[in-house]
Design a protein around this ligand. Structure first.
Ligand code: ATP
Ligand code: MG
Length: 138
């Protein structure tokens, strides 16, 4: 069954010109792009998106990083999309990510780690809803 997930190509990737390479990886792994937008997250949006981490010591820096430049947000579809994307991204810390993963290839640090992927079907639906109307998903 086709499932949905949500991704953010993070500011470090956009700054370094890695957007096209990362999107190409996603397509070649069989993710269909249902919707894609370039956006600059406001502080409020970044705080809300990562609200689950609001008590963590890295939260203020995380919000600064995510608002440090434009990002691409995308709704993706594939069978088992959530675990498939998490596997393709690799571990949060790029230095611990498996060879061949997006974070291993493009991530800079545990903070500037190139890409976000939803961690559950439920969060995927919520995160897609932050940025897209159902009519924009094709
Ligand atoms: P994401 O939610 O962005 O897909 P993740 O699920 O692998 O990443 P989380 O634990 O949800 O990791 O952390 C959210 C983001 O916060 C990370 O992607 C990273 O940018 C930042 N982060 C996480 N842990 C740390 C840390 N120890 N120090 C600095 N930044 C961190
Ligand atoms: Mg997460």
């Amino acid at each position: 069954m086709a499932n949905r997930t949500f991704t953010i190509i993070k500011p470090d990737s956009v700054r370094k010109g890695n957007f096209g390479k990362i999107i190409s990886r996603l397509e070649s792994e069989g993710f269909r792009i249902l919707g894609l937008k370039k956006v600059s997250l406001s502080t409020k949006q970044a705080q809300g998106f990562y609200a689950v981490h609001s008590e963590r010591p890295f939260y203020p820096d995380l919000v600064k990083y995510m608002t440090s430049g434009p990002v691409y947000v995308a709704a993706l579809e594939k069978e088992g999309a959530v675990p498939a994307l998490r596997k393709l991204m690799g571990a949060t810390d790029p230095s611990k990510a498996d060879a061949g993963t997006i974070r291993k290839e493009f991530g800079e640090s545990i903070e500037q780690n190139a890409i976000h992927g939803s961690d559950s079907d439920e969060n995927a639906a919520i995160e897609i809803g932050f940025f897209f109307a159902e009519s924009e998903l094709l």
